[in-house]
Write a protein that binds this ligand. Structure first.
Ligand code: FEO
Ligand code: CA
Ligand code: CA
Length: 638
């Protein structure tokens, strides 16, 4: 059935897109605007004709043919070399990787599991080196069912099957991995034992900072100060600040907690943060703090954005409460025209919201120490995307509008800790799972990725989420006022547009909208992480194409000009893996990509779908970072 038919009385995509077009035509003027908008079917002929005349894509490579097998693949003329694998030695005294002899101490000195967000920090600090740097890697979650030889369990039953030691090794395998890397003779390699190499795990100490630090809701029996947290978890995507720190986003920490939420006074708040007594690693059996019946507030100390200075090996990682507590996927910082720092944030869960933080202080290029405190004070807002193409930011400020004690928000800290509930009161637009978010370095436009939402019913579609049972995802363009250096990221209202609707464009029932010249190899579904190259082109990592029996991978795409919304496939992951964390060196000649959870779709360790990348006899799959470069040494996409 066509998407339009399933939407009942709600506006169809074509109607919505037509409304977008008339506004866009006013904004940009005439035919050029029409050609840039990839949206409605009515525009396809015009966009296609204009595009063909100009040569549609700025990307010069021959795209990869669809392929999905045990290993990775990259487009002709490129190479993809494995750089950092789960278990690789990071510390000078780290043991060699031996899956049969894993220990907490050993794992704490080795690269973590399930690499996600990547950020490259040139060495030395302040340089723009593209051959030497620190790679900050998020390690989102463990996959015990394919980590421990001898442990035969399904993914679903792993939490009950793990021994205490295995559960603790799993905690040591998550968090962050920092490793110095260098490129010699065209090939990247780790620098083992570098002073910058570091692991942060489920056992490391983190400091809560900002307006909610120390609040009663953050105090526990082990930490009456409400400021010292042991551990981080589910570090998904993130961001990189202009002052050289990494933002690592805690996304779905509630899954690591056990206990019956119904037996607690906080059951509503626990439900809102997604606590379902999942206890994915069985931690509540061994650590009381992971049992919500025994330690009510421990869970409030997760689901934050962590900021870490990779250049200072002794830096304490900070959980920045000013950025709110929710299912943090990504964070995109940008310096506004007035010097304030704006951070765009997505909350990745069904019907959750897009947020924005605006700092009180201003970025000072000459005072790094002051910049390191910028994310502790400012205003968090949440977005409403109206059908007329206007976006309104609503501040989450105590005493404003409905955010009062009478409505359950006695202070600002409570608003930040329960940011989702505060956003509910402000009429924010429930989105189709907001994953990554990114600011174009060339136009200042902001791109927010909705990965998918199978739960959206036909009577709940809206202009910004126009498909029911959205299995394919879409990308929304947020347009701040102003042009060039005058773009105002702190404005109260923006415009918004739909960049594309993902899925197979050859199937009318999908309702996909790409550039009309998108090929059978080039379209994608379930977009997740994105990054921009220095020309402003978008590089998209997908998570979930496996559901269509297709490999996840990396796609490059123009967002401006005649090739707008015309993707081309660059890289394909092996069985079971998603692509995450795309990240460029400053020269645009290396694209780092995380290949996360290879073989995750294996029934158990006895029936592995792949043992990528080593393919050793009885070997385990190892999540790994790959470095993609052009064989001729040119820029990626040239
Ligand atoms: Fe960890 Fe939303 O992906
Ligand atoms: Ca993600
Ligand atoms: Ca995802």
């Amino acid at each position: 059935m066509a998407t339009r038919d399933r939407q009942g009385n709600s506006p169809s995509f074509d109607e919505v897109a037509a409304a977008r077009l008339s506004r866009r035509a006013v904004l940009k003027g005439g035919v050029a605007a029409a050609a840039m908008l990839a949206g409605s079917a009515g525009l396809s002929a015009l966009g296609g004709a204009a595009a063909r005349a100009a040569g549609p894509s700025s990307l010069g490579f021959t795209e990869l043919k669809r392929i999905y097998d045990k290993t990775h693949h990259v487009a002709e003329g490129y190479k993809a070399e494995v750089l950092v694998r789960w278990g690789d030695a990071i510390a000078a005294d780290a043991p060699a990787f031996d899956p049969a002899a894993q220990t907490v101490a050993g794992q704490s000195k080795q690269a973590g599991y399930n690499n996600d967000h990547l950020a490259f920090f040139p060495l030395p600090l302040g340089s723009a080196s593209s051959t030497s740097g620190i790679l900050a890697i998020n390690n989102e979650y463990p996959n015990p069912h394919i980590m421990f030889p001898g442990l035969v369990t399904s993914e679903d039953d792993a939490g009950k099957a793990l021994s205490r030691e295995q559960a603790d090794i799993s905690l040591a395998a998550i968090g962050l991995t920092l490793v110095e890397i260098a490129r010699k003779d065209g090939t990247w390699a780790m620098v083992p034992g570098s002073r910058y190499n570091r692991r942060l795990t489920g056992f490391s100490e983190f400091t809560l900072s900002g307006p909610a630090a120390g609040h009663a809701l953050l105090q526990t029996s082990a930490d009456p100060s409400g400021r010292k947290v042991i551990g981080t978890s589910t570090n998904c995507a993130g961001g990189q600040t202009p002052w050289g720190t990494v933002l690592s986003c805690e996304e779905w920490s509630a899954s690591f907690f056990g206990g019956d939420p119904e037996k607690t006074a906080a059951k509503d708040a626990l439900a809102r943060i997604g606590m379902e007594n999942e206890d994915a690693l069985g931690l509540a059996r061994f650590h009381d703090r992971f049992n919500v019946e025994k330690e009510a507030n421990e869970i409030n100390r997760f689901n934050w954005v962590v900021e870490l200075d990779p250049y200072d090996p002794s830096a304490v990682p900070m959980k920045r409460t000013a950025l709110g507590r929710f299912g943090h996927e990504g964070s995109a910082p940008v310096i506004n025209k007035d010097g304030r720092v704006v951070v765009y944030l997505g909350d990745d869960d069904y019907f959750e919201y897009i947020y924005r933080f605006v700092s009180r202080g201003k970025f000072n290029p000459a005072d790094r120490a002051a910049n390191l405190r910028l994310l502790d004070e400012g205003t968090l807002s949440v977005a409403t995307l109206k059908a007329d193409g206007t976006l309104v930011w609503h501040p989450l400020v105590h005493g404003k509008g409905p955010l009062t004690a009478a409505n359950g928000f006695p202070d600002q800290a409570t608003i930040l800790i329960h940011a989702r509930q505060a956003a509910d009161k402000l009429g924010a637009t429930p989105m189709d799972r907001p994953e990554d978010i990114d600011v174009s370095p060339t136009t200042g436009r902001v791109y927010a990725v909705m990965t998918k939402n199978k739960k959206r019913k036909a009577d709940k579609v809206d202009a910004a989420n126009p498909r029911a049972e959205n299995k394919w995802g879409h990308i929304v363009e947020l347009i701040p006022p102003g042009q060039g250096k005058a773009v105002d990221h702190a404005a109260d209202t923006f415009k918004w547009d739909l960049l594309l609707l993902a899925g197979d464009p050859s199937k009318p029932e999908v309702g996909a909208k790409f550039h009309p010249e998108t090929t059978a190899d080039g379209w994608f579904a379930t977009p997740d992480n994105i990054t921009s190259d220095h020309k402003g082109r978008m590089w998209i990592a997908t998570d979930g194409q496996n559901a269509f029996d297709l490999a996840d991978g990396i796609f490059g795409m123009d967002v401006e000009g005649p090739g707008r919304a015309l993707p081309k496939a660059l890289f394909a992951c092996p069985f079971g893996a998603e692509a995450t964390g795309p990240c460029f060196t400053p020269d645009g000649k290396t694209l780092f990509v995380s290949v996360q959870h290879p073989g995750e779709n294996s029934e158990s360790i006895e029936k592995l779908t792949t043992s990528w990348p080593d393919f050793a006899e009885k070997g385990l799959p190892r999540p790994a970072v790959v470095a993609i470069t052009k064989v001729d040494g040119g820029e990626i996409g040239s």
